[in-house]
Design a binder for this molecule. Structure first.
Ligand code: NAP
Ligand code: ZN
Ligand code: ZN
Length: 348
């Protein structure tokens, strides 16, 4: 018998989320049932629920920054035990057989990984995410939350943390590199903390100077407003790596002009609109324009361990589930400091 749990669901692109119930499957031999404690609010939840990225299997429960406690394990589970503190991020399974999966890069599964919500699970059902009391996930896609991290500040690491950690590592952020983070929201503020902890020189490029004090406190060495055209003159050809976390359309060419020779601008922000790149923004300085999605399960564990070691959690505002619609409006207005986290005990 599947278990019925309380949740908040999207029902249409232009309707607020409403309280509902969903079913979680019985725990199979390799499954883990997680009692969710906190679920972070990612801008991807909003893009998805509002059908900005494409059609949606309504009603849909979003949320892919899940932190909680193991409540039940299947007979074959060895990775975690009842009572362990665990997390689930943006994917809950993959084909496990393609060359990317075999190489431990499940996020780039050639069959497409199974996303935590709005995906099609192995049994053909639609996957539902973390704005709910429980989730059942195969053990290979569950990560351990180290003791040093509280569950509320750990939840956003499962997407915002890994999505910035992975490209910072892949493109070699560290001592001697100059990194810029564009947009200081959920992803951006973690990008600043992580790049600083890796030893890079970090600059924030934000729409205004409103959050400058916070940016410097979180580890930025410099903070500039992109609304000031002087910023683009002063910082021309400066950065080895730019991580763009902006959820809306920006003039990518202006930012590419800030890259040094061989510099890379990595796009993790995912606006629905195209981001047109001029050939001559790249050619003269052998610059690259790249993209990156989340990180692998092993890399997510590595990131959590790194965060525990460096004392890094997300800056959060904890909300009861019934305030999620207001929180979404504030995320859209760039009025988030720096991640809303739903206390899912309020769903009881
Ligand atoms: P968020 O908290 O809303 O942060 C986005 C930030 O972008 C805002 O805080 C704001 O920062 C800036 N921004 C917003 N609108 C802007 C505009 N019109 N012009 C310039 N800057 C603007 O969102 P998030 O949760 O961090 O997610 C950011 C994006 O990454 C979303 O598109 C999301 O879907 C995507 N994402 C991708 C992945 C992946 O795997 N690639 C994973 C997670 C999320 P300032 O106020 O500092 O300017
Ligand atoms: Zn996300
Ligand atoms: Zn695969």
């Amino acid at each position: 018998m599947p278990t019925t749990v309380n949740a908040y669901a999207a029902t249409a692109p232009d309707q607020p989320l409403t309280r509902t119930t969903i079913e979680r499957r019985d725990v199979g031999p390799h499954d883990v049932r997680i009692e969710i404690a906190f679920a972070g609010v990612c801008h991807s939840d909003i893009h998805t629920a509002r059908a900005e990225w494409g059609p949606v299997p309504y009603p849909l429960v979003v949320g892919h920054e899940i932190a909680g406690t193991v409540a039940e394990v299947g007979s074959e589970v060895t990775k975690v035990a009842v009572g362990d503190r665990v997390g689930v991020g943006c994917m809950v399974d993959s084909c496990r057989e393609c060359e990317q999966c075999v190489a431990g890069r499940e996020q780039y599964c050639l069959e497409g990984n199974i996303p935590t919500y709005a995906g099609t699970d192995r049994d053909g059902s639609v996957t539902h995410g973390g704005y709910s009391q429980q989730v059942v996930v195969t053990e290979g896609f569950v990560v351990r939350i180290p003791d040093g991290l509280d569950l509320d500040v750990a939840a956003p690491l499962l997407c915002a943390g890994i999505t910035t950690y992975s490209p910072l590592r892949h493109w070699g952020a560290g001592p001697g590199t100059k990194v810029a983070v564009v947009g200081m929201g959920g992803l951006g503020h973690m990008g600043v903390k992580l790049a600083h902890a890796m030893g890079a020189e970090v600059t924030v490029l934000s729409q205004s100077l409103k959050k400058q004090e916070d940016g410097l406190r979180l580890g930025a060495d410099a903070y500039y407003a992109t609304s000031d055209p002087e910023t683009f003159t002063e910082l021309a050809n400066r950065f080895d790596l730019i991580i763009n976390t902006v959820s809306a359309e920006i003039d990518v060419n202006a930012y590419l002009s800030l890259l040094a020779v061989d510099g890379t601008m990595v796009n993790v922000g995912a606006p629905p609109q195209p981001l047109p790149v001029k050939a001559f923004s790249l050619i003269p300085f052998r610059r690259s324009f790249a993209g990156s999605t989340i990180g692998s399960i092993a890399e997510t564990q590595e990131m959590l361990d790194f965060c525990a070691e460096h004392g890094l959690g997300a800056e959060i505002e904890v909300i009861p589930a019934d305030q999620v619609n207001e929180a979404w409006e504030r995320v859209i207005a760039s009025d988030v400091r720096y991640r809303f986290v739903i206390d899912t005990s309020t769903l009881a």
